[in-house]
Design a protein around this ligand. Structure first.
Ligand code: NAP
Length: 323
């Protein structure tokens, strides 16, 4: 499919893509680049790349596909590094969880003869690093493409690439992507981080009981709140506008709920919880709920524990979720 592919950032997502490229022979040569020498050495030892380098600028020379898989906050430095070294006609894409700011950070460094097609696989786990990647990560999940220029042949080539990885592909504007992800992913993470944060600020005795009785709901939030702090800091700050908008709506709904409880509005609460239960059924029907046969976003429940019902991403035994 490609002569030479460069993956910049060999963590969970980058190393999973490297495994996909290797397994399906999607490139004659696969170059891995990462700022961390340890990560470079590990990727080579795992045999998931043909060559590896910590020199980001050189890594893209002669590649017809470049995939950026670093936290969104590092995009500008990657753009600066690869500027001028990209091959004419190359496709450059990414996997960042926020699209408008990602485009803003990278676009100034890309000349008009480069096909810039940002992307975001809605698949992941709370684990990081090249050891955490696995080839089935994208199977049955959505990948959203937000092309900067409407270059149909290149978009179709990238779509085929993701389909070989097992993903379903949708094209939309970066702004629409960011709004959808603010509600489906970024707000749930913000809530999880906050709930777990509230619990950790409780007095010691109560805190140990929170851990002890965590299977009653809290545990599912701890899994989400265990996600990579760098990545999530970058997501919250780079999708600020959409996230604050959704947060405002959420706060209003929360106040409504508070009022209903205070005023014993039993019917209101019952109807509300019935509606949300229906959403869960729709998620299952859409094949986006737990997938016991795959690997995951969250640690697998221990024997005797209840199934994780509130995972916001994919649930795969042994591994974990997505952003
Ligand atoms: P990860 O496992 O932490 O891997 C990121 C890798 O990029 C690390 O090895 C990191 O090195 C390296 N890196 C950081 N800055 C760099 C730079 N300037 N140049 C080259 N390499 C650099 O992260 P990930 O989970 O794969 O996430 C990568 C991207 O995928 C993010 O943009 C995220 O938003 C997106 N994404 C993540 C998920 C998910 O669930 N994890 C899902 C969908 C999309 P150091 O460790 O030394 O910093």
């Amino acid at each position: 499919m490609f002569k030479q592919v460069t993956i910049i950032g060999l963590g969970l997502i980058g190393s999973s893509l490297a495994r996909v490229i290797g397994q399906h022979k999607l490139a004659t040569k696969l170059i891995g680049a990462d700022i961390s020498l340890r990560v470079c050495e590990k990727a080579l030892a795992l045999g998931i790349v043909d060559e590896v380098t910590p020199q980001i600028s050189d890594s893209v020379k002669n590649s017809d596909l470049v995939i950026i898989c670093v936290p969104v906050g590092a995009y500008e430095s990657v753009g600066q590094a690869i500027q001028g070294n990209l091959q004419e006609g190359a496709i450059i894409t990414d996997v960042g969880s926020v699209k408008a700011e990602a485009i803003k950070a990278l676009k100034p460094f890309l000349s008009s003869n480069i096909a810039f097609i940002p992307g975001h696989p809605i698949a992941g786990t709370e684990h990081s690093g090249p050891e955490a990647g696995f080839v089935e990560l994208f199977t049955g999940r959505w990948t959203i493409l937000t092309p900067v220029r409407q270059d149909e042949a290149d978009i179709e080539k990238l779509r085929s690439f993701w389909e070989v990885a097992g993903a379903k592909v949708e094209v939309m504007t970066p702004e629409h992507h960011d709004m959808v992800l603010a509600i489906t992913s970024h707000l749930p993470h913000l809530i999880a981080y906050t709930i777990v944060g509230t619990a950790t600020s409780l007095e010691t005795e109560l805190q140990s009981e929170v851990i002890k009785y965590s299977a009653s709901g809290f545990r599912d939030f701890t899994r989400i709140a265990a996600s990579d702090p760098t990545m999530w800091r970058d997501i919250m700050l780079t999708n600020k506008e959409a996230l604050l908008d959704i947060l405002q709506r959420f706060s209003e709904d929360l106040s409504e709920m508070q009022k209903a409880i205070r005023r014993d509005k039993s019917e209101f609460l019952f109807d509300y919880f019935s509606k949300t239960r229906d959403i869960r059924r729709q998620v299952i029907a859409a094949g986006q709920a737990a997938q016991p046969q795959a690997s995951s976003y969250a640690p697998e429940p221990q024997a005797g524990e209840q199934a994780l019902e509130s995972q916001s991403y994919q649930d795969q035994p042994g591994k974990a979720k997505q952003a």
